[in-house]
Design a protein around this ligand. Structure first.
Ligand code: SF4
Length: 383
């Protein structure tokens, strides 16, 4: 079966989206970083204008959930006053992901700074378009996270690479914005995208068209870097269970840290752990790390099951969950993972469809009417 087409758009701060629990708006921390003051502002805004729940997105952004429409303009005003949100439409839809542990003023950091400050010189970007800034030989960011990759080679050289291409071309700090502009203009022109029309992703464009510039063909095969929760030298990586944060998490993090980096895999890099029990994942063995779970009911209006309730119950079933990758999806759109999983449990008119080794939109092998029957079925077939 083909993947159902997702409706709607990528929400941002200036373009919130209606969801099952109210409006949803996305704050995009620059360099993925929030300082302690900003963490507290977000926590207070979430409690005052939303429902106290926030999400970390796969592209390292933070979403405030459950916003009452009447509160939205006050919320925006507060976030703009605190410089967490811009009034520029181009900056509002700009997506930049940097690698974990980025150092301030490093070459990677300076590349991100150039795009933040040069965005007004670039064409109006599609809302899903994303820049990834990473090391070339030792990559943290996978191709599905972005469209245009700015990669540092051998410590000091810069390359530009379109998602889906193995080849790239050299650029440098002086020419970076002009070279980016050139590629984006080609990408938009070739598919004739008008403002606010849905654009193709870069990987599809380069697959269907000849890239017009000469590229370096022989590039060293990159090594994929992985991160998981635990101690990393003087820092700690934590994960939000299924990507969900509560305002109290932000307050506890702010009390112990001058800044926090929101990073890939819905994880956070912190300098210190709070003294009290934080409620975030800090053990790499935690079963919840093996699960892709969308917000589900009541947070998404397309969902007919409470995905996170089921996920928490499954996470405690040591005997059959060990080593198993699970996707729990409120409906067959499968937002939480575009990849095939050993088990997908998919909401369908309040029932739980189970797909074995496949995608959320595949034909289910079994249909269960209750959460208990899902657990019983998995116990029988997998223990
Ligand atoms: S997969 Fe989940 S988040 Fe996506 S539309 Fe369906 S219920 Fe909503």
């Amino acid at each position: 079966m083909n993947r159902p087409i997702a409706k709607g758009w990528c929400p941002s701060a200036l373009h919130p989206m209606q969801s099952g629990d109210g409006l949803l708006m996305r704050v995009k921390p620059k360099y993925g970083m929030l300082n302690s003051k900003q963490l507290l502002v977000l926590a207070d805004c979430s409690d005052k204008f939303g429902n106290g729940l926030l999400d970390i997105t796969s592209r390292t952004n933070v979403q405030i959930r459950g916003i009452n429409e009447k509160n939205y303009s006050n919320l925006i005003l507060k976030l703009q006053t605190e410089e967490l949100v811009s009034d520029s439409d181009k900056l509002d839809r700009l997506n930049i992901i940097v690698p974990p542990f980025i150092q301030k003023n490093s070459l990677l950091w300076r590349c991100a700074s150039q795009i933040y400050s040069g965005v007004e010189m670039l064409p109006f970007l599609p809302d899903k378009f994303g820049f990834c800034i990473d090391y070339h030989d030792s990559r943290y960011l996978s191709d599905e996270l972005g469209d245009l990759f700015i990669e540092v080679v051998s410590g000091s050289k810069l390359m530009l690479r379109c998602a889906g291409m193995k080849e790239a071309f050299y650029t440098n700090e002086n020419n970076l914005i002009n070279d980016i502009k050139k590629i984006i203009e080609w990408y938009l022109e070739i598919q004739n995208v008008q403002k606010n029309e849905r654009a193709m992703r870069m990987r599809d464009v380069v697959e269907q068209n000849n890239f017009p510039w000469e590229t370096i063909k022989k590039i060293k095969e990159p090594f994929s870097q992985k991160i998981t929760v635990g101690r990393y030298q003087s820092k700690f990586i934590l994960a939000a269970p299924f990507g969900q944060l509560k305002s109290e998490h932000l307050r506890k993090l702010a009390a112990a840290n001058k800044k926090v980096q929101f990073t890939i895999n819905k994880m956070l890099i912190v300098e210190s752990l709070p003294d009290t029990n934080l409620g975030l994942i800090n053990e790499p063995q935690d079963n919840r790390l093996k699960m892709n779970v969308c917000p589900g009911a009541p947070h998404c209006s397309s969902a007919t099951i409470k995905t996170r309730n089921l996920a928490e119950s499954l996470a405690h079933q040591e005997e059959f969950i060990i080593g198993t990758n699970v996707h729990i999806s409120g409906c067959s759109k499968g937002c939480a993972s575009p990849n095939s999983k050993e088990i997908c449990i998919v909401g369908n008119e309040g029932r739980f469809d189970i797909v074995e080794k496949g995608y959320a939109w595949d034909k289910p092998a079994v249909k269960c009417s209750t959460q208990t029957s899902v657990l019983e079925h998995l116990k029988e077939t997998r223990s």
